[in-house]
Design a protein around this ligand. Sequence first.
Ligand code: GDD
Ligand code: MG
Length: 342
Amino acid sequence: MKAVVLVGGEGTRLRPLTYHTVKAMVPILDRPFLEYLLRHLVDHNVDEIILAMGYKPDSIKRYFTRTHSFLPKLVYSIEPEPLGTAGAVKYAEQHLDDTFFVLNGDVFTTVNLTAMLRFHKESGAKITIAVTPVEDPTRFGVIETDCQLRIKRFIEKPRRDQVTTNNINAGIYILEREVLEHIPSGKRVMFEHDVFPKLLSAGEPLYAYPIDAYWIDIGTLENYRQLNCDLLTGKCPYPGSETATLRVPNDCLVHPQARFHGPVLVGEKCKIGYGVQIIGPTVIGAGCQIEDCAIIEKSILWQRVTVGKNAVLKDCIVASNSYIVDSSGLEGVVVTPEHRTP
Ligand code: GDD
Ligand code: MG
């Protein structure tokens, strides 16, 4: 089974946190988001993954060229310009078989893809779309079905008065190859605006598969924080993340007078000084240096961040290579690469 992962459009940044880092590569517990998604696919017997990219493929290529031992076959399909969600899949057509997965590259889920595939085969659908309930469907694509889960209507980013259900498109699809015949080549085409509505009005069988699992779109800072927190606290059960209250690799230099409270994950080669307090849920990325008596609470530090002496950080997200000067007091602040000091 093959899968296309959509990792690049225009909105691929996690604003205002990233400019150079694409959304798919933002660190979740100090590992790129995309790595979790790819591992999940591999766990469900996907043996070839096509990364459909319309923007900045370099950092992704670099990372997975180094860290690919868990991957069966990875293909980079790089659009000359972003072709839209369906256009990107059409562009990768030469790599695809009869039935394949398509996933938005910014959703984190523990959905059972094997069960979803079984459902798809049994229903005889041309497309199966995973659906999940959310509080505010206006940010997503709403899906109305009949009682047999056959899709009746699809409304992308509905106005509040158009919302009839809180079940939304979870950005995980199974497609039959013939769907590609409905996507014109070399044009910007969206599943959400073009392909799904067109196939529905042609009477094609499109089915919804309700997800009974953790699901989140990391496209907003709030959700980005939430995912880190849910993995650290065990709210999202994920192999290897289960409620470890403290993880500090052996190669870190931690002063015996440093204190940790609550779930805290520390990356490799960190230095943590005298009197430092780290209060979870908190992530300290690899190569960070936390100087004496600093306090870090409920924050996410990316890699190689230096936090100066006596600085206090609460509810912050700090991008890689940032330097927080001594005695700073930051609360609810996002430190972006633009704040970097030489
Ligand atoms: N390769 C490629 N080329 N990928 C693209 C392009 C493109 O031109 N445009 C978008 N993508 C990728 C994005 O990088 C992202 O991984 C995914 O497609 C979805 O795009 P978003 O911009 O994140 O869309 P959204 O979150 O507003 O809405 C979509 O996802 C929701 C679920 O999270 C829609 O599919 C909604 O219907 C859905 O509910
Ligand atoms: Mg999204």
